[in-house]
Design a protein around this ligand. Structure first.
Ligand code: FES
Length: 113
């Protein structure tokens, strides 16, 4: 698999279901998650801006089935997929911390730390 220097391959794009998320632990120990929307991916630290807890209540469960938004399992904050803005819940107006992910060929990659 050819990947540009300074990139770390997370997975193949088809290993993330369209409209769903997947969590990863980076080589430096940071916990992140990726959400796929069609041919686009969005990556954030798996840390809620409200109290710093992981967002998922079960592995790779990041999206609300009701709203289609990113959901924090602890107190129910909801975040837009495209920019991580919290649109409801106790940290409304805060944002998830983005991580620089991209699609290269059929792979999802992140800039190597
Ligand atoms: S820790 Fe996420 S909403 Fe409270």
């Amino acid at each position: 698999m050819n990947t540009a220097p300074g990139r770390h391959v997370l997975c193949r794009l088809d290993e993330i279901e369209d409209g769903a998320g997947r969590g990863f632990t980076l080589p430096d120990g940071r916990e992140i998650f990726i959400v796929r929307q069609d041919a686009a991916v969005f990556g954030y630290l798996n840390v809620c801006p409200h109290q710093g807890t992981p967002l998922d209540w079960a592995p790779d469960t990041f999206i609300s089935e009701d709203s289609g938004l990113i959901l924090c399992a602890t107190h129910g904050a909801q975040f837009r997929i495209e920019d991580g803005l919290c649109v409801s819940g106790p940290c409304a107006g805060d944002r998830l911390s983005p991580v620089p992910v991209a699609i290269e060929g059929d792979s999802v990659v992140i800039a190597a730390p």
